[in-house]
Design a protein around this ligand. Structure first.
Ligand SMILES: Cc1cc2nc3c(=O)[nH]c(=O)nc-3n(C[C@H](O)[C@H](O)[C@H](O)COP(=O)(O)O)c2cc1C
Length: 138
């Protein structure tokens, strides 16, 4: 399966997490790339078999957390049709409701969002391997 992993990273943590996720996906037999949202093509992402989109958590640490504007603009600009999808974030204290908001927006763009994943550092989020497993091999 071709899996598009798109991330927004300010200081490298989310980039590292996304690259780890791409590595895991490749190790599981998929064709996966991690691309910064600033250089991602919505046409290419829409052509992937599965999509995973992540952002660092921006907010006031305990309240008002949200994905970055670049991430939300990218999600809003996608046109998908039932593509299996996941959203993820990296965070320090709490991501609040940001994953729900990302998932709602990605669902509104036509994705079938089945996972909301979080990582407190640069590792792949817990649950990513399960989401990969849910995709099957083709
Ligand atoms: C301006 C700013 C606001 C942040 N707000 C939050 C927040 O509300 N909640 C949280 O858990 N982490 C918050 N963080 C921490 C980052 O989301 C976290 O360190 C993230 O992993 C950074 O990812 P990056 O290295 O890819 O930029 C904030 C960081 C910055 C710089």
């Amino acid at each position: 399966m071709k899996i598009a992993i798109v991330f927004d990273s300010r200081s490298g943590t989310t980039k590292a997490a996304a690259e780890e996720m791409a590595k895991m996906a490749v190790a599981a037999g998929h064709d996966a790339t991690a691309v910064a949202v600033q250089s991602a093509s919505s046409t290419e992402v829409a052509a992937a078999d599965a999509v995973c989109i992540g952002s660092w958590t921006e907010g006031l640490f305990f309240i008002l957390q949200h994905a970055t504007k670049a991430t939300m603009n990218f999600i809003d600009g996608l046109t998908l049709s039932g593509t299996p999808a996941a959203v993820f974030c990296t965070y320090k204290t709490s991501p609040g409701k940001m994953l729900d908001k990302m998932a709602d927006a990605l669902g509104a763009s036509g994705a079938d969002v089945s996972a909301r994943l979080r990582s407190r550092g640069s590792g792949a989020p817990e649950g990513f391997a399960d989401w990969l497993g849910s995709l099957g091999q083709n």
